[in-house]
Design a protein around this ligand. Structure first.
Ligand code: ADP
Ligand code: MG
Length: 228
């Protein structure tokens, strides 16, 4: 087991956004999290990586988490290479040379070694997101959290980011992926969680969730996704 969440709840003022969520994740597991906007998906990820403090409950994991956001959040004044080396040197105290070697390895994994010295403003959205993935991986996370990593991208660009995510899945990276890409959830994930109003309402293998939804909420959510 790589992650264990027990009875996680989170309220913002009197708005209870997460309600008693429990979840365990195995090493190497790919979990897709689906659900309507406002159902608490981002808040759950943010509680896991410490950006949000839970109101109650317990979250346990070893090592680090890496997170990829919808809006890349690259440092605009740094080159792609510097974006990837910065925290390695600052936080992990790696030597500049070591950080650079690691960054080049990851740039090559995401297919962007040739863009190393460009600034974020000089590359496309899909490329920015691939740099953001490389930057997160540079910290050697045990778990990668993706929060709608392709939602801000044009449809023809999402493929290149999904391809990188699939590559990570093939390398058995443990991944918790909030996504509206039902194809990705279906084909790549081991397990799908459906969140509704702050709860995990259904969870199961992709074929169970997509072929045999139980709740009226999941049924209508899946219908709404097909219409898109
Ligand atoms: P999702 O990612 O599924 O769209 P979120 O976790 O972003 O859902 O949001 C769930 C609910 O929590 C929403 O009603 C949202 O307005 C509220 N919320 C999220 N973050 C905050 C915050 N920092 N302060 C107040 N309310 C928040
Ligand atoms: Mg969200």
């Amino acid at each position: 087991m790589i992650l264990k969440i027990e009875n996680l709840s989170k309220s913002f003022a009197d708005n209870e956004v997460l309600k008693d969520v429990s979840l365990t994740m195995d090493k190497g597991e790919i979990i897709a999290v689906i659900g309507s906007s406002g159902s608490g998906k981002s808040t759950m990820l943010r509680c896991i990586n410490g950006l949000v403090t839970p109101t109650s409950g317990k979250i346990e994991y070893e090592g680090r988490t890496g997170m990829v956001f919808q809006h890349f959040n690259l440092f605009p004044h740094m080159t792609c290479l510097q974006n990837i080396t910065y925290a390695q040197v600052k936080v992990l105290k790696r030597s500049k040379e070591e950080a650079r070697r690691k960054a080049e390895e990851l740039l090559s994994l995401v297919g962007l070694l040739d863009q190393a010295n460009k600034y974020p403003s000089q590359i496309s959205g899909g490329q920015k997101q691939r740099i953001a993935i490389a930057r997160a991986l540079a910290m050697d996370p045990e778990i990668m959290l993706f929060d709608e990593a392709t939602s801000a991208l044009d449809p023809e660009i999402t493929g290149e980011v999904l391809t990188v995510m699939k590559k990570l899945a093939e390398k058995h990276m443990s991944m918790l992926v909030v996504t509206h890409e039902m194809g990705f959830a279906r084909e790549v994930s081991d397990r799908v969680l459906f969140m509704s109003e702050g709860k995990i309402l259904e969870e199961g293998a992709p074929n169970e969730i997509f072929e045999d939804p139980k709740s009226s909420e999941l049924k209508s959510f899946l219908k709404s996704m097909i219409r898109l």
